[in-house]
Write a protein of this length. Structure first.
Length: 443
């Protein structure tokens, strides 16, 4: 009875390893409660089948139940749902053969004699499952996109723990074979080995969680730094713009005075002054809206689009965004226009349509439509950036979502495959405080 309970634990750990692997490779489409139920049923039935002592049937049940888990609980196609259970069963066969081979070489004992001692067999199973877990873990890690982008080798140092655990497990087997120990001592060794196996899985799981938490924290810092830099940039640009307007105004006055002092209206000096005045008009940024900061952002991307021959259609006269703070205005619109410009410059039919409008006197609708020849990659309800720097992936989109969430807005993202266009629409409901702000601004 005790040995059967220990075997049941081994089968539960085997299922945990499969779920650990699937979680690293695929996205869950069910809640963890459903996964727990499926995994429990899988472990119980697999253990029941194993009691028949038919190795081929054990392998078949392992494959079938892993297939059921992956197809019911994860977003995966049929090809992957067949390949990955087959890969896991290959890893398991190789590790079990390796463990039993090392055992026979180390202790020079016939394997048939080993199978007669259930406790030693459970310890060997613990070794094979630990080795199986390590192979599965690093297979999933080295094939993941996170590893390809970051190439972090910190997990390799954790191999010291499973190496020490396997040494301890083999020592346990040595003690059981060399000395005439009683059943209680063997049972204690089996429990220690199973706890060692579980502790390895927990340590690797906690390590992964810690790494992901640190990555998210780093992303937050990068996002905050990027937003702060952007706000500072537009503050300086705003100040520079005001100073330029004053300077241009004064110089224009001086040039007009010079023109009036000119005795010949057709002289070259008058033409020269007219040309300079026209240049000053070009330097003056256009007021697209009644928000100075939004004008600066729009003018910046208008110049970028003009230099890169991107058609930029702007319709933001009916702009009432005074309920937002300046940092949030910067984060929202600069990231929106930056993303649309990035996509448009990589397309053949280069264009951006940027509009802001108030509908039904109660909703502020911000719309950015741009050309995009390739459909953006979408993972976990997030659009993945096409920037070459992996650390900057999605930071702008996260900033946009943060602002939308802060002001209780709704964002809709769509891609039209036929027209090759990408559309972002953000809707804010103007509550009473917003309306009061708008009315006060209008007056």
């Amino acid at each position: 009875m005790i040995s059967e309970l220990c075997y049941a634990i081994v089968f539960i750990i085997e299922t945990i390893i499969s779920i650990f692997y699937f979680n690293k490779k695929f996205r869950l489409k069910r809640n963890y409660g459903f996964v727990f139920i499926i995994a429990s049923i899988s472990s119980f039935v697999s253990f029941s089948i194993a009691k028949l002592n038919i190795p081929l049937l054990n392998l078949l049940s392992f494959f079938i139940f892993n297939f059921i888990i992956i197809i019911l609980c994860y977003e995966v196609n049929i090809k992957s749902s067949l390949f990955h259970p087959f890969l896991l069963i290959s890893f398991m066969i190789v590790t079990e053969i390796l463990v039993f081979f090392v055992f026979s070489v180390l202790f020079s004992i016939d394997l048939d004699a080993c199978f007669r001692d259930q406790y030693i067999l459970i310890i060997q199973a613990s070794i094979s499952k630990l080795l199986y877990f390590i192979v599965v873990y690093f297979s999933a890690k080295f094939s993941s996109k996170e590893y390809k982008s970051d190439k972090s080798y910190s997990s390799l140092f954790l191999c010291i723990l499973p190496a020490a655990s396997i040494s301890f497990m083999y020592t346990s087997i040595f003690l059981c074979i060399t000395y005439n120990v009683n059943e209680t001592f063997k049972f204690a060794l089996v429990i220690c080995n199973l706890l060692s196996l579980l502790s390895n899985i927990v340590v690797f799981y906690v390590h992964d969680k810690t790494v992901k938490t640190n990555q998210k924290y780093t992303e937050l810092l990068l996002t905050q730094q990027k937003e702060d830099n952007r706000v500072t940039y537009y503050e300086l640009l705003k100040e520079q713009n005001e100073n330029s307007k004053v300077l241009i105004h004064d110089i224009t006055k001086h040039l007009n005075s010079l023109k009036m002092l000119s005795t010949n209206n057709n002289s070259d000096i008058v033409k020269y002054i007219d040309n300079i005045e026209n240049d000053f008009d070009i330097m003056n940024p256009i007021d697209y809206s009644n928000n100075a900061l939004l004008n600066l952002i729009t003018n910046r991307y208008y110049k970028i689009c003009k230099s890169e021959k991107i058609c930029f259609d702007i319709n933001i006269q009916n702009t009432q965004i005074n309920f937002m703070s300046d940092p949030d205005i910067t984060s929202l619109f600069d990231n929106l226009l930056a993303n649309s410009t990035e996509a448009a410059r990589q397309s053949k039919n280069r264009f951006i349509v940027f509009s802001i409008d108030i509908r039904n006197s109660n909703f502020l609708v911000i719309s950015v439509l741009n050309s995009s020849d390739t459909k953006p990659l979408q993972i976990n309800d997030s659009i993945v950036s096409s920037k070459k720097d992996p650390k900057m992936h999605g930071i702008g989109i996260k900033s946009i979502k943060r602002v939308v969430k802060k002001y209780d807005g709704i964002m809709t993202i769509t891609y039209n495959d036929k027209q090759k266009t990408f559309s972002t629409t953000i809707t804010f409901q103007l509550n009473n405080s917003n309306v009061d702000t708008i009315c006060a601004t209008s007056n």
